[in-house]
Design a binder for this molecule. Sequence first.
Ligand code: BG6
Length: 475
Amino acid sequence: MGLRPDFLWGGATAANQSEGGYNLGNRGLANVDLVPTGEDRAGVSAGKIKMLEFDDQHFYPAKEAIDMYHHYMEDIQLFAEMGFKTYRMSLSWSRIFPNGDDVAPNEEGLAFYERIFLELRKHNIEPLVTLTHFDVPLTLIKNYGSWRNRKMIEFYENYSRTVFCRYKGLVKYWLTFNEVNMILHAPFLGAGLCFEPDEDEEQVKYQAMHHQLVASAAATKIAHEIDPDNLVGCMLAGGNNYPYSCRPEDYAKAIEKDRENYLFIDIQSRGAYPNYALKKFERENIHIEMENGDQELLKQHTVDYISFSYYASRVVSTDPSVTHETAGNIYKSVKNPYLNSSEWGWQIDPMGLRSALNMLYDRYQKPLFIVENGLGAMDVPDENGYVEDDYRIDYLREHIKAFKAAVEEDGIELLGYTSWGCIDLVSASKGQMSKRYGFIYVDRDDDGNGTLKRSKKKSFYWYQKVIQSNGEDLA
Ligand code: BG6
């Protein structure tokens, strides 16, 4: 009983939300740099407001973020002190290929990540690396239209081959695209797509999805060729949809909504477009341009494991009188009357994590990895930066109990758990620093003021104990 002895406990961050150093070390710009805080953020993220240059009216939090670019040694030291077995991070594509279509990579960028991996290894921390956590080099957006263009597959292959070769022996666990289904909900933030007023957005998004899925399969193939020990996973923005009522129409709607997400993983894990998607495309007049060889590639190079983020469950209803909505990860949901919500309206549902694990395992029968989970909350530090964050501990404790039950009682194969934003970082949906997830407090506010000083919260010591006991001591 209990979790496997080599269970990978740790935490997760993304380059664009933590690294900063946007113009250092020959790095090129990317979509993620150009998403400002404030009321335009949602429109820019959705590709409705085109923002391909910085302007003076907006604040762009990713430029400096929490400056991990200069603080990574100190941060890794703190992760090691908590006992991390793994650290999930992402590479900034434009730090390695500043324009995306460059012939040669940027040595300074490659060397930067190499130093990080060596430092992690020194502390026996296994890196878990996302190739693209939303970022697309800006030149690829301006000159090629981002993922709507098939040429992106070539650039992504080149990028992935470069990093698989360079970090061979240093990195074993890879993820191709963070929250690959986010392309449907935040097409610019998630995939660099912005739209012209007369464009058929659904057509563009699904064509771009196809290119990403082919690129993901190609990267999986290359990873295995370069090092058969490499393990490549997909990454889903998870959380299932509940029917608001037991009306059969609501249940059918919930299945349909879940399939919008499963579609991506069905292809990445089972290797083919499912019939329900082909029928949907037919009905909605979406035509996906494929080339010879795409289907074989998808079939032959499926992922080794399934990873996902889980913050909340969702609710759907077909009844127009059900209008009470609440916020969720990027897009809204009907409010679940049985659940409490975070300060940002995300519905707190530990049991939903156990259900999500079961549904994914039933469907794919591959090892699972929870690579994001956590509570975004408003912390109030004392004069030393210490935060008494019992609310965060409560949230995490209940979710850990839920995944332990999925392992111990349902027999789910679970590789590990990396809680999101193990150190405070910039929020993806809001761009705020004040939406904090970390065990480590970072002194920086929503306008970019602060010393960037790191301090341990109460949850730091709690998580240390959780890891030390392999999840047995959750008190
Ligand atoms: C996921 C992303 O959507 O959720 C992360 O992979 C993001 O990048 C996380 O930060 C939490 O969302 P938010 O909007 O609270 O930062």
